[in-house]
Design a protein around this ligand. Structure first.
Ligand code: HXC
Ligand code: NAP
Length: 295
């Protein structure tokens, strides 16, 4: 090895460690949508390790059971609530349950989202609506419920909206999700200004590529069609889910109160990778092994 050999960005500290002091979230309640799988579970885990009581809201019983199991493993208190974030009444009921079991959540992590790869010309109106309804509308409905309760109680709170970098760049093969995530990023900026005077901090948190075992078959299939994922990243590695959890716990912590309206990208600079000589274009149809478009 010479001094100029690429070494990539260093690997993160081991699971179970944290940059924040023990007990940072003692007495706090953190509400995580989609917290039973993947990155939502990783985020819930890091808040729980720092003392938070966790509320996980999502649709599927098997995912809620995964949240229960993950929190039990670290001895954290958890409430799991069946909730489809497309329905404001179900969100209100989930917050009622959280208040009855614990207290009004201090932190809301809008992590739940929907996505599948599809060429834009093939997408049905209902497919578009479904992804926008979950990713953009659901995020807003949860934020609204959280803020209204804090405004009424006159208490501070923190919202983190999980985004995606194709909010800025566009996302070929993901027109619905990229447009929805652009809305989510924009909403962070509006809500931070509107609700700052009432003590509510609003930020965005954007993961780069964080593969995990809960990824939907569609997304895993899409990733399987790409080359070695590490060598495609400037960091020469993908993200470890706990790295996103650490970023979330920092953003909602007492040490980050003056950070609001900001979107933090945790992706080893991958979304900045630009060149006038990018790899040759392969159409989304070809990437997905689809034949010619037919009406
Ligand atoms: C084309 C599809 C489709 C697909 C569903 N649809 N899957 N169209 N390709 N793969 C269409 C359906 O045909 C239907 O339209 C419409 O979408 C709604 O489908 P339903 O199955 O009825 O919806 P629902 O049961 O509400 O489920 C929502 C879902 C599902 C989004 C379709 O995949 C889901 O529950 N996803 C949650 C988990 C998830 O998406 N995770 C990814 C998180 S984001 P028609 O016209 O037939 O009625 C993420 C970012 C990664 O991971 C970034 C890159 C690495
Ligand atoms: P995931 O494992 O598929 O998680 C999505 C979660 O959202 C699931 O737990 C799901 O739970 C929940 N959900 C979906 N629709 C819902 C609805 N209508 N109501 C309530 N909950 C719903 O995906 P992930 O990779 O962890 O992604 C988490 C976040 O990171 C998302 O916002 C995603 O866009 C973002 N992201 C991820 C990556 C990555 O590399 N993994 C990259 C960029 C951005 P139920 O099925 O139980 O409802």
């Amino acid at each position: 090895m010479t001094t100029s050999d690429p070494i990539g960005l260093p690997h993160p500290p081991l699971p179970g460690s944290s940059a924040l002091p023990d007990g940072t979230y003692d007495g706090k309640v953190v509400f995580v949508t989609g917290g039973g799988t993947g990155l939502g579970r990783a985020i819930a885990t890091e808040f729980a390790r720092l003392g938070a009581r966790i509320v996980v809201a999502s649709r599927k019983p098997e995912h809620l059971a995964q949240a229960d199991a993950a929190m039990a493993e670290i001895g954290a208190e958890v409430l799991t609530v069946a909730c489809d974030i497309r329905d404001p009444d179900q969100i209100a009921a989930a917050f009622d349950e959280a208040e009855a079991a614990f207290a009004l959540p201090d932190v809301l992590v809008n992590n739940a989202a929907a996505n599948f790869p599809v060429p834009a010309e093939d997408m049905s109106p209902n497919a578009w609506r479904t992804v926008v309804d979950i990713t953009l509308n659901g995020t807003y409905f949860c934020a609204r419920e959280f803020a209204r309760r804090h405004l009424e109680a006159n208490t501070p709170g923190s919202i983190i909206n999980v985004g995606a970098s194709y909010a800025w760049t566009g996302g070929p093969g993901f027109a619905h999700s990229a447009a929805a995530k652009a809305g989510v990023k924009n909403m962070v900026e509006t809500l931070a200004v509107e609700w700052g005077p009432y003590g509510i901090q609003v930020n965005g948190l954007v993961p780069g590529l964080f593969p995990h075992e809960d990824m939907t078959a569609d997304i895993q299939g899409n990733l399987a069609r790409t080359n070695d994922k590490d060598v495609c990243q400037p960091a020469l590695r993908v993200g470890q889910p706990r790295e996103l959890g650490w970023a979330a716990t920092f953003l909602a912590s007492p040490w980050a109160q003056f950070i609001s309206g900001h979107t933090l990208v945790v992706d080893g600079a991958n979304w900045q990778r630009r060149s006038l000589t990018n790899p040759p274009i392969v159409t989304i149809r070809d990437q997905m092994g689809k034949g010619p478009f037919e009406l």
